[in-house]
Write a new protein. Structure first.
Length: 356
């Protein structure tokens, strides 16, 4: 480390006041979060109040939506949509940049119809710099993000969905279109290389979070990249938490229990358990009478406190305005509380039993 970078690091730490929650949580805690979509963006909005060293490792398999699909096809780039949402969430002036980046041109416009400004921006910078990751770095610097946004891979990959009836479809967009039970998802390309900076972030992290986010569309695609999964396993020092979704998904996980979600995640990691804890919402606000019907969406929770070697902890993390999703502040607070308890328990598991 150079003198300049050491002073910069020291000043970044010093500028937090003693009563700042980031200071109380351990101001220099390194957090790596794996996921995509609105779930990951929600968590990042809450977590940036507690840490000054965040790394969002984001899925790039999305091929759906008017904007993403057209840009991927025309410019041969990896999916910018989830990356865009994370940059917006971490921006210093979140409200302004979220409104700008999420602005979508009317579909009836000839050239930009259906596109979001953020997707066009990232595509333009990729063309200008000749590098997708450089485009993200520059955008993050300009927006003064509270952390790094890192694709899990720089390879242009697509998802293959295999259903229980044996049929297969290529493209993540089918996950939201087909009402059939999913057996597994896989990448259409072999030997995919993880983005080195994403691997570095996972190896350096004190806390690794998987989720929240679409199980088959956001979480598992990241873990199918071998280098990502290996980095999680290799970092034995970090606390690793799987953040369970607040609800099932209409086409992907109808009727799934908390345990079903964990089983699917473990199955897609070659049956390796890559997380120590599972954080579950303990409030049920939306529950249909037909809770196992294909296509139904419900809040999920569990009374279990153990699933194999995984310890399950629950907390009130649900949004009252939109009860199918997390509340950013409640979720971030619960994550940090669980991390601090796990860190300070010194192996005394009884200190971690019960709700947060």
């Amino acid at each position: 480390m150079t003198i300049k970078s050491a002073i910069k690091s020291w000043w970044k730490w010093l500028r937090y006041e003693p009563n700042d929650p980031r200071f109380n949580a351990g101001g220099m805690i390194k957090i790596a979060v794996i996921g995509g979509g609105t779930g990951l963006a929600t968590l990042l909005r809450g977590l940036k109040k507690y840490s000054n060293d965040l790394s969002a490792i984001v899925t790039v398999t999305d091929n759906g939506g008017d904007s993403t699909a057209l840009l991927r096809k025309e410019f041969d780039i990896i999916a910018p949509g989830d990356i865009r949402q994370c940059i917006s969430a971490l921006a210093e002036d979140e409200k302004l940049f979220s409104e700008l980046f999420e602005y979508r041109f009317d579909k009836d416009k000839k050239n930009f119809g259906g596109h979001t400004l953020g997707n066009i921006w990232i595509t333009a910078l990729t063309s200008y710099f000749g590098s997708f990751d450089r485009a993200i770095e520059v955008t993050s610097q300009m927006f003064k993000t509270a952390g790094k946004v890192l694709p899990s891979t720089l390879e242009n990959i697509t998802l293959k969905v295999t259903y229980e009836d044996g049929s297969e479809l290529v493209g993540e967009s089918h996950l939201d279109e087909v009402l059939k039970k999913i057996q597994k998802v896989s990448l259409t390309k072999d030997n995919v290389k993880a983005y080195p900076k994403a691997v570095e972030a996972l190896l350096a992290a004190d806390l690794i979070l998987i989720g929240p986010g679409s199980l088959y569309g956001s979480l598992i695609p990241n873990l199918l990249v071998p280098g990502i999964r290996e980095a999680i396993i290799k970092n034995e020092r970090a606390k690793k938490i799987y953040i369970m979704n607040c609800s099932t998904e209409r086409t992907q996980t109808p009727g799934y229990s908390v345990e079903d979600h964990m089983s699917a995640l473990i199955q897609h990691c070659d049956n390796k358990v890559i997380f120590d804890y599972c954080l579950v919402n303990n409030k049920v606000i939306k529950l249909s009478k037909n809770d196992v019907e294909l296509g139904e969406v419900n809040n999920i929770t569990t009374k279990n406190r153990q699933f194999g070697i995984v310890k399950i902890y629950s907390a009130d993390v649900i949004s009252r305005k939109n009860p199918l999703y997390h509340d950013k502040d409640l979720l971030a607070k619960a994550v940090i509380e669980l991390y601090n308890k796990a860190k300070d328990s010194r192996g005394k598991e009884e200190d971690l039993i019960g709700n947060l």
